[in-house]
Design a binder for this molecule. Structure first.
Ligand code: ADP
Ligand SMILES: Cc1cn([C@H]2C[C@H](O)[C@@H](COP(=O)(O)O)O2)c(=O)[nH]c1=O
Length: 242
């Protein structure tokens, strides 16, 4: 059965890499897919991963009708054995419906990749529609980590290292930007709620007001989680000072 699959995760967890791997494995077996992306950091018509891989793609502009486009390719004698859509969070809900129609009416697998929530932890409209329509939602297995060592589940937008909560929903950007630039950082929910980025946590840890008596000597300290299991985590000044 053909499927609409939504591969989701935070920024920087390997979604584009997986998209490129799926493309590689299928094309190695003689299949030919349609690859779409929107506003990739590498530029228009590119699907790129931070591992350095990049491939040509169709830029899924605002008024692109995916269903009509694939039908056009097939009618012109081309092939569309599967469809890959990266940065799917940027797509309009109507475009997600078109992707579902490709699955149902053309019998073609569609693999969509994207982040679920924005810097305010609100669903992107495209991602919401994917959650509503997808046959499967797959959360990527390679977890990205918050500065504290916990699994990162949220995307923060930062300016000068500080988390911001005002601004347009869409601002193309990257993690690990210089502190002066607008950038992104993945955080666990606790630190997203507290707006505590690596930079602000580091600054707070250096403040004598919040240093705990048993402050760890290095940036990472061995500790025991609430469940009693040993783990390594960064000192969280907010917890100590609460
Ligand atoms: N130098 C590196 N060595 C090994 N893995 C890396 C390196 N740089 C990036 N990665 C991996 O690539 C992932 C980001 O992949 P990418 O496909 O660009 O993410 P996404 O599309 O989800 O934003 C990182 O989480 C990490 O696992
Ligand atoms: C959280 C958030 C992200 N974006 C942008 C930033 C990047 O250009 C993409 C995500 O790309 P990735 O391959 O998953 O790293 O989305 C945005 O526009 N608005 C946001 O709130």
């Amino acid at each position: 059965m053909p499927e609409l699959v939504f591969f989701s995760g935070t920024m920087d967890c390997g979604k584009s890499t997986l998209a490129l791997q799926i493309e590689h494995n299928r094309s190695a077996r003689g299949l030919q897919g349609m690859i779409y992306t929107r506003d990739d950091r590498a530029g228009e018509g590119k699907l790129s991963s931070r591992l350095g891989l990049v491939t040509e793609a169709v830029e899924a502009v605002e008024d692109l009708d995916f269903y009509a486009h694939v039908v056009g390719v097939l009618t012109a004698g081309g092939r569309a054995d599967y469809v890959i859509a990266d940065e799917a969070q940027f797509l309009a809900p109507a475009q997600i419906d078109q992707l579902a129609r490709i699955v149902d009416d053309l019998g073609v697998d569609v693999f969509a990749f994207g982040i679920t929530t924005d810097f305010r932890s609100k669903l992107f409209p495209g991602s919401q529609r994917l959650v509503e329509l997808a046959d499967r939602v797959e959360v990527l297995q390679v977890e990205s980590l918050c500065w504290c060592g916990a699994r990162a589940t949220h995307n923060a937008r930062t300016v000068g290292g500080r988390m911001v909560v005002e601004g347009a929903q869409v601002v193309v950007g990257d993690v690990n930007q210089s502190e002066s630039a607008v950038g992104y950082e993945v955080l666990c929910r606790r630190h997203h709620r507290r707006r505590m980025t690596a930079a602000t946590a580091h600054a707070a840890a250096l403040s004598p007001d919040v240093l705990p008596v048993d402050a760890p000597s290095g940036p990472m300290a061995a500790g025991t989680g609430p469940d009693g299991t040993a783990h390594r985590r960064h000192h969280d000044p907010a917890v100590t000072s609460a």
